[in-house]
Design a protein around this ligand. Structure first.
Ligand SMILES: C[S@@+](CC[C@H](N)C(=O)[O-])C[C@H]1O[C@@H](n2cnc3c(N)ncnc32)[C@H](O)[C@@H]1O
Length: 188
């Protein structure tokens, strides 16, 4: 998907130092991360973790994979230069708790990079469909809730400043899915 690739290239290419990727899945982002970073993955799903470790090794990354949810990151305060989340905040059980953990593990001036699908504006057909689909999706798609206002959650989570792009991806039947992509920084 070139729309994702272009944004990932832009968001991930200049990361440095220790980078924690939450909900890293099967390792879709390895190709976008600079080779010099120390990558740490966090993935609570056992089978995905096994695929992730294999993908990490194929990409020449150390297999530093944490078996934990983003709501309880087993790392010390201020231990990461950046945290990456792509299509994960739709699935975490508690967005506020996960974002508080992201902030806790970031060093002062650290960066949270995100690419997430989000709820469509109220009153739209897409929003209605998202709400109807959410109970199914939560069951069959790793807890994914398509009707979450993730931009608002990031907004209230206390980052010092942020830059955020809102865009739509064409889906089916003339509908499109809203996404956000951007970066949020802790105070330095
Ligand atoms: C749609 S997949 C995205 C995977 C990967 N980030 C990507 O872009 O391909 C969502 C991922 O979030 C993980 N996940 C679900 N609940 C989570 C939680 N509470 N904390 C961290 N990751 C979680 C799932 O196991 C899954 O790997």
């Amino acid at each position: 998907m070139s729309w994702q690739s272009n944004r990932k290239r832009r968001l991930l290419a200049d990361l440095a130092g220790t980078v924690l990727e939450i909900g890293a899945g099967r390792g879709a982002n390895f190709g976008y991360l600079p080779s010099g970073v120390r990558w740490l993955g966090l993935e609570p799903h056992r089978r995905r973790r096994a695929s992730l470790i294999a993908a990490a090794s194929r990409h020449g990354r150390g297999a530093e994979v944490l078996a934990a949810p983003a709501e309880a990151i087993p790392l010390p305060d201020a231990s990461c230069d950046a945290v990456v989340s792509t299509i994960v905040l739709c699935s975490v059980r508690d967005q506020d708790a996960a974002l508080a953990e992201v902030r806790r593990v970031l060093r002062p001036g650290g960066r949270f990079v995100f690419l997430e699908h989000v709820a469509a504006p109220r009153g739209t057909w897409t929003r209605r469909l998202q709400r109807c689909w959410a109970p199914v999706s939560r069951r069959v798609d790793s807890g994914c809730d398509p009707a979450r206002d993730t931009a608002a959650a990031i907004e209230r989570s206390g980052f010092a400043w942020r830059e955020l792009e809102l865009f739509e991806q064409p889906f089916a039947f003339g509908l499109s899915v809203p996404f956000i992509a951007g970066r949020a920084f802790t105070a330095s």
